[in-house]
Design a protein around this ligand. Structure first.
Ligand SMILES: *[C@@H]1O[C@H](CO)[C@@H](O)[C@H](O)[C@H]1NC(C)=O
Ligand SMILES: *[C@@H]1O[C@H](CO)[C@@H](O)[C@H](O)[C@H]1NC(C)=O
Length: 310
């Protein structure tokens, strides 16, 4: 990639493309995570029975519009997350490297993983208001509602309504849960990717190339989902509440497990998996295409002197 701006645009476009394809599963996931909140198994009147049933009933009752509720907020979130990852990763990594090693050129997996997780957490905090509105838009349904029903027209209508009624505190509700969730996800992503890659080439003799990248990112996506799903469920519930249910993420975890059992934190797991696997694979392969495209555009429109400054 020749410029930071180009990398930002290419990454953003790739992420939004992947989000478009997988958003339906995200909507089903949110509804499964909120269904039966703080109710014992026998009390729950199940409206959604899993990934495929969820997609089917939403499509039947609400049409494609139902599945794509909150997609605008999802795009804003992705762009913010991608921007923060890109903007903060290198400064954090290089500062940390110089303070830990005498040679600033050292590439340490530990430092790189930490820088990746830290920049992801900053992005999650910055994008939290959009994730909050997205969660509320996705749980809204005129037919089979779960969660508090807020009738926001779009992300900005949602943000302004929350700000008017609950102030800045309302806008940043659940930001702690969002940061924990992303820290879990980012911390395991890179190490499991490299671990899977090593194992696959060692034991199955797979060669460096698209097939190995695909298999390693699928394996890493699965592990990320296992680690990230419990804090993701807690986050969805923190975003749904208006402050009267839980004091914080830990309180939410304790109350959830006590009332619904340990497996409750894995509600919506398969919908999450159905979102994460194609998302990881698409982001990787789309990123290659959009990077190539941006480089071509830049080569054509930017003079060399300008290119270095951006
Ligand atoms: C440390 O980070 C700052 C930005 O926060 C950056 O300007 C500086 O170049 C970094 N230092 C090193 C050694 O990379
Ligand atoms: C969502 O939040 C509201 C308000 O805090 C709460 O009453 C409700 O139990 C929560 N969960 C669901 C599934 O509605």
């Amino acid at each position: 990639m020749s410029t930071t701006t180009g990398a930002f645009l290419a990454g953003g476009i790739a992420a939004c493309g992947a989000v478009t394809v997988t958003h339906s599963f995200e909507t089903v996931k949110i509804r499964l995570q909120l269904q039966g909140e703080l109710q014992t198994k026998s009390e729950v009147a199940k409206k959604y029975n899993g990934v495929l049933h969820g997609v089917k009933v939403i499509l039947q009752n609400e049409g494609p519009r139902g599945l794509f509720r909150g997609i605008g907020s999802a795009y804003f979130y992705q762009v913010l997350l991608n921007g923060c990852r890109l903007g903060f990763y290198e400064p954090i990594r290089s500062n940390l490297t110089t303070s830990v090693y005498s040679d600033p050129k050292v590439q340490s997996l530990g430092v790189n993983v930490f820088a990746g997780a830290a920049s992801g957490v900053i992005g999650a905090a910055a994008g939290s208001p959009f994730f909050l509105v997205k969660t509320r838009l996705q749980s809204f349904s005129p037919f089979l509602p779960v969660g508090t029903q807020h009738n926001y027209k779009n992300s900005f209508d949602g943000l302004s309504k929350i700000y008017k009624s609950e102030g800045v505190k309302g806008i940043y509700r659940g930001v702690d849960a969002a940061m924990i969730r992303t820290a879990f996800g980012s911390a395991v992503q890179l190490p499991t990717y490299f671990f899977a890659k090593r194992r696959l080439s060692h034991h199955l003799g797979m060669q460096e190339g698209p097939a190995l990248h695909l298999a390693s990112s699928a394996a890493s996506g699965f592990v990320v989902c296992c680690f990230m799903h419990p804090p993701d469920t807690i986050m969805a519930r923190m975003y749904n509440q208006t402050g009267n249910l839980y004091a914080g993420p830990l309180d939410c975890l304790v109350k959830t497990v006590r009332k619904e059992g340990l497996l409750a934190i894995y509600k919506g797991f398969f919908a999450h998996l159905a979102r994460i696997l194609p998302h990881t694979i698409l982001t990787l392969s789309l990123a290659e295409q959009t990077n190539k495209f941006m480089r071509r555009v830049e080569d054509r429109v930017l003079p060399d002197s300008l290119r270095e400054k951006l």
